[in-house]
Each structure stands twice: as structure tokens, then as C-alpha cells.
Ligand binder design. Structure first.
Ligand code: PLP
Length: 383
């Protein structure tokens, strides 16, 4: 069980695989502290879903706990259980929806549940009363994302019902932005209005107000007035901005590099084709190297004919269609040797390749690139 998300591969194999992700924990720490100081007295919930955006769930969680993060956010129950099994003791909110039969596991593992409807709330109440153990819940209000959560115009019913639940501690109430990383914040402002309106229910009650939170990276960067009691930074914690147009009001640096080694060198003769489907042809004799990674590691096939890598500080194109486990790099008449470092994401001296570039080559967003670097690639941590 331990490590089934983080390290599914036999560990001896991991250390000898030339393809690896390096995560700089000092940079992660720096990013966290910058966010923390920027949001002042608001609590911080680092979001660690999808293997901590590819950075490795457990190590990132341990670091965040050491740095006194107030809460951790994950997407699914299994991520929360894994963290509990690895000794994480700070509060963990599971942001995704729940199935009824998962509720006992939430309660048993002291994981905070997202209650997104009165029906779910009642299920939680029933199970916790049966187990004679209190459940911790955050209520989810849908202010315009239309994923999960009770609609803002019906929220009062959920909030009121939660007060009557004798076995549930309502620790928080939250919502989620649909486009806080856009340069146009009109809709985000409307969402905040709806959220405030729903939350104002508590002003008329004589009970302590739950933790009020809505801000993801985009809002932390662009709408500091919505920090409220807690913020939920995801992508910016890892040093990547949520969009190209977002205001970069907090300076963060990427913590992740993706590297491999040259494992094969050859000369490709003029007229020869490279790779499946014979999609690239050498017009003249070229030097080329083979690097042991591919779409089976999350180096997306859709980057074929666009991707570039760094070898010895120079950029070279990946040629031919990206295979599952190998890519071929055209170094023209330059030199490279077996064992030379190949950088897929990261810096080499003054040149670098960013996750944003990979996203552009693949026609996607940085989030998808990071979360697709899969568990076959070992994570190495730099302290
Ligand atoms: C993923 C997620 C976040 C973090 O979003 P970023 O854009 O990565 O900062 C915050 N809240 C919820 C509910 C999420 O699902």
C-alpha cells in the first residue's frame, strides 16, 4: 500500500533509471513562504492532488507539514488515506465528491469531507452517528463552476441543515473559481458576490463562523481581497503560473526538472527515416542520440515534431514521432556522448525549457504536463 501512488516501481530499478524528475525542496519551501507572507493572516491549504502536481505526494506533504501548513487539499479519498498512512497528521480536506460507501473510511482516517448537498450531509450524519465518531466537513457552494456543490441560490438550506447535524463539525465553507487566472475578472467577481451572499447566513447565527475559502492560484495572484480565512494554492506552489495572462504579483520559481541521459549515439544517413510511421526523414547525414523516455512516461506524443531538449546547454529538436519509451534527438553536427545529461524541463546554465513550452507544443496547459509525468519516472529530491 505504502507508495502505491508515489513509487509503484521496484526501488532498485528506480535508482538506476536514467530518466528522472528532480524536485528542489528548497524552492518549494521558498514558494510556500512567499505565498504565506503574501496572504498575511489567512490560513494556507497547499493543494497536493494528482501526486502533488507530479512532484510526489508524500515528500511534498511532509515538507508542507514541517512548514506548518494549516491544511492539505487532495482530490480523492485514496490520496488522503495514503498521507495518513505516511504519518501526516495535519487536517486534510478531500476536495472531490464522495460516494456513500466511502464515508466510513473518511471518518476512520480523520479526513475532512466535502459535503456538496443536503443528501450527502445526511449520509455523513447517519454514518458518523452509527460509528459514534464525529465527522469533519466543509460545505461546498457552487457559485458558477457547475461541478459539485449546492447552487448559491439554494445554499442557505444546506447551511441551515448542517447546523442540525449533531455528529458533524462544519469546519469550513468553500467555493471554487472558474476563471480567476483570466485577465477579465468579471465572472470571478460575480462568484465572490454569490459566495459572500450565501456565507452571510452565518451573520444571523449565534454559532462560530466556519473557515471561509475560495481562492486558488489565480485568485491569490489577482484578487487578494478574496483570501478570506484560507487560500488553496495549487500550481503556484510548484512555481508555475496558472495562465500566461495572469498577473504575476508573487514571484515563484519552478521546483521541478525533468532529466534523462543519452543512452545511444549514431549517425543517421541521408534518406533514412526515424520512428514509427516514417514521419521524419534525414535530408543529409546527421548525428543523433536516443533518450530513454516517451509517452509512456508522460512525454506526450502530441509534442511530436515540436518538442526540443537541452544537451550541453544547446537546444535540439526531437525528431520522428515520440514513442512510448524512447525519443530520438537530432544534434546535427554537434557532439554528444553516452551519459550526457538531457534536459526535458529545466535549466542548463542560462538556457532553459519550461513546462509552459511543453504545454504549448502539446496544445495543453502546464497542469496537464505536470500531472502526466507518471509514476514510472522516479522522483529525486534535492534538499
Ligand atoms: C485544484 C484546486 C485548487 C488549486 O488550483 P490551482 O489553480 O492549481 O491553484 C484549489 N481548489 C480546488 C477546489 C481545486 O480543485
Amino acid at each position: 500500500m505504502s507508495g502505491s501512488i508515489n513509487h509503484p516501481v521496484i526501488s532498485e530499478q528506480e535508482v538506476i533509471r536514467p530518466t528522472r524528475v528532480e524536485v528542489d525542496l528548497k524552492i518549494l519551501e521558498e514558494n510556500f513562504k512567499k505565498i504565506k507572507s503574501h496572504v498575511g493572516s489567512s490560513k494556507v491549504m497547499p493543494v497536493l492532488k494528482a501526486n502533488a502536481y507530479g512532484h510526489g505526494l508524500i515528500r511534498v506533504a511532509k515538507l508542507m507539514q514541517k512548514l506548518n501548513a494549516d491544511y492539505l487539499g487532495v482530490a480523492v479519498l485514496e490520496e488522503g488515506i495514503l498521507l495518513r498512512n505516511e504519518g501526516i497528521t495535519i487536517p486534510i480536506l478531500v476536495l472531490g465528491g464522495i460516494w456513500g460507501n466511502q464515508i466510513p473510511l473518511f471518518i476512520k482516517n480523520d479526513l475532512t469531507i466535502t459535503a456538496s448537498s443536503i443528501d450527502k450531509l445526511n449520509q455523513i450524519e447517519a454514518v458518523s452517528s452509527q460509528m459514534k465518531k464525529r465527522a469533519k466537513v466543509h460545505l461546498k457552494i457552487d457559485t458558477g463552476m457547475e461541478r459539485i456543490g449546492v447552487h448559491h441560490y439554494n445554499a442557505e438550506k444546506l447551511l441551515r441543515a448542517s447546523i442540525d447535524c449533531k455528529n458533524i463539525d462544519v469546519e469550513g465553507v468553500y467555493s471554487h473559481f472558474a476563471s480567476s487566472d483570466s485577465s477579465d475578472l468579471t465572472f470571478s467577481k460575480l462568484q465572490v458576490e454569490r459566495f459572500e451572499e450565501a456565507f452571510s447566513f452565518y451573520e444571523k447565527q449565534s454559532i462560530p463562523q466556519p473557515i471561509k475559502h475560495i481562492s486558488n492560484s489565480g485568485a491569490i495572484l489577482q484578487m487578494p481581497e478574496t483570501n478570506f480565512d484560507m487560500v488553496r494554492p495549487g500550481i503556484m506552489l510548484y512555481g508555475v503560473y496558472p495562465s500566461s495572462e495572469v498577473k504575476k504579483s508573487i514571484e515563484v520559481r519552478p521546483a521541478l526538472s525533468w532529466k534523462s541521459l543519452v543512452v545511444y549515439f549514431k549517425i543517421i544517413r541521408a534518406g533514412s527515416f526515424v520512428g514509427y510511421g516514417m514521419k521524419w526523414k534525414a535530408e543529409h547525414d546527421v548525428r543523433a542520440v536516443t533518450v530513454p523516455l516517451g509517452y509512456g512516461d508522460g512525454y506526450l506524443r502530441s509534442m511530436s515534431h515540436k518538442a526540443e531538449v537541452l544537451i550541453r546547454g544547446n537546444r535540439f529538436p526531437v525528431v520522428g514521432v515520440i514513442s512510448m519509451d524512447q525519443i530520438v534527438v537530432n544534434i546535427e553536427n554537434n557532439s554528444a556522448y553516452n551519459g550526457d545529461e538531457v534536459i526535458l524541463i529545466g535549466a542548463d546554465g542560462t538556457t532553459s525549457i519550461t513546462v509552459e513550452e511543453l504545454a504549448e507544443w502539446a496544445g495543453t496547459i502546464p497542469y496537464e504536463i505536470l500531472t502526466n509525468i507518471n509514476t514510472r519516472v522516479p522522483r529525486i529530491y534535492i534538499e
